[in-house]
Design a binder for this molecule. Structure first.
Ligand SMILES: [Zn+2]
Length: 125
């Protein structure tokens, strides 16, 4: 009885320690506006559920692990408000007209996610 009580207490303490450590780690290595990792995981899930667990653009069904959460307005004026977030598949995310996404092109080509004529498929809205 005592052992299990102690176990629960330790578990609670270590969870807290982990989330504080995560918060410190992410707040120094990521942009200021990025929420703590555990908060972002929850936001992802909420957005994905709201969007019907599919890409809002091409309607492909996605698992929570596969989905990409896109900021409609990114950069300086973007927020992490739910109204600014939407679920995309990797392909639509990569092909979105946004220079911030250009870094994903080479890898997506390599993985066969997008074709060589990907420039014709770029979209914006
Ligand atoms: Zn899509």
């Amino acid at each position: 009885m005592l052992a299990s009580w102690w176990g629960w207490l330790m578990l609670g303490v270590s969870d807290l320690a982990v989330s504080i450590l995560n918060h410190l780690r992410f707040s120094t290595t990521m942009p200021k506006k990025r929420p703590p990792r555990e908060v972002w995981i929850e936001i992802r899930r909420v957005v994905w559920e709201r969007d019907g667990r599919q890409c809002v653009r091409c309607k492909t069904s996605l698992t929570l692990k596969e989905c990409h959460i896109d900021h409609k307005i990114s950069g300086k004026f973007g927020t992490n408000k739910l109204s600014n977030l939407r679920t995309l598949c990797r392909r639509c995310h990569v092909l979105r007209m946004d220079m911030r996404h250009r870094g994903m092109i080479a890898k997506a080509l390599e993985d066969g996610i997008i074709p060589a004529n990907w420039r014709d498929l770029v979209w914006e809205d």
